[in-house]
Write a protein that binds this ligand. Structure first.
Ligand code: GDP
Length: 193
């Protein structure tokens, strides 16, 4: 994968049946709302405003599909809420995400966005769950520009501890461009493109 300027919004899907044909390669983006998912998607697609559509009322609980070309897509998964996720809220997004990740055959990887300064146990649980269903997510710590130079190393290490991973976190900032190349190479590695 490399940066393409031709990324386009294709559709919002409420179920697997609404999704385009299950072929080619698809990268799914997961993360809490406000984690910086839209900003990252826009940066990946080199297309400001592309992911704004994912925030349109009515679309926040759907699978929003962006097409890079005939063979490659980015799928924005519903963002789950802040801090404690209520049962009602989970009931809204969980079945769709579970159906999508559990049954879709051509998801080459999941990018899991966590906010550098606001990571919580729920993010750790989500990563564990992704692993349990067979994904090895690319974990991206967003808004890395907000970490002070003096606290950076410690903060990132602490984050890795909370998330139960060692040395594999990509510090990322849509503002400075940090981490973008690393994220692209991680996707290249997993999606063989
Ligand atoms: P989403 O809800 O996960 O799609 O998050 P958005 O991409 O809309 O970002 C939420 C807020 O965080 C917005 O106010 C963004 O401007 C801000 N934001 C996103 N990425 C960054 C970043 O890399 N650095 C900083 N400082 N702010 C960011």
């Amino acid at each position: 994968m490399h940066i393409l300027h031709t990324a386009k919004f294709l559709k919002s899907a409420a179920s697997l049946r609404d999704m385009p044909a299950d072929q080619g390669r698809e990268v799914a983006f997961a993360g809490r709302s406000n984690a910086g998912k839209s900003s990252a998607l826009n940066a990946m697609a080199a297309h400001k405003g592309l992911a704004r559509v994912s925030k349109t009322p009515g679309r926040t609980q759907l699978l929003n599909v962006f097409v890079l070309d005939d063979d490659r897509r980015l799928v924005d998964l519903p963002g789950y809420g802040y801090a404690k996720v209520s049962k009602a809220e989970r009931a809204q997004w969980a079945p769709l995400i579970e159906e999508y990740l559990g049954r879709r055959q051509h998801v080459c990887t999941v990018v899991m966005l966590v906010e550098s300064r606001v990571v919580g146990s729920h993010d750790a649980e989500t990563i564990q769950w992704l692993r349990a269903i067979g994904y090895d997510p690319v974990v991206v710590a967003t808004k890395a520009d907000k970490l002070k130079a003096s606290e950076r190393v410690t903060a990132l290490r602490r984050l890795e501890d909370v998330l139960g991973m060692t040395g594999n976190l990509t510090a990322y900032s849509s503002m400075t461009g940090e981490g973008r190349e690393r994220l692209w190479s991680a996707l290249k590695g997993r999606c063989r493109t």
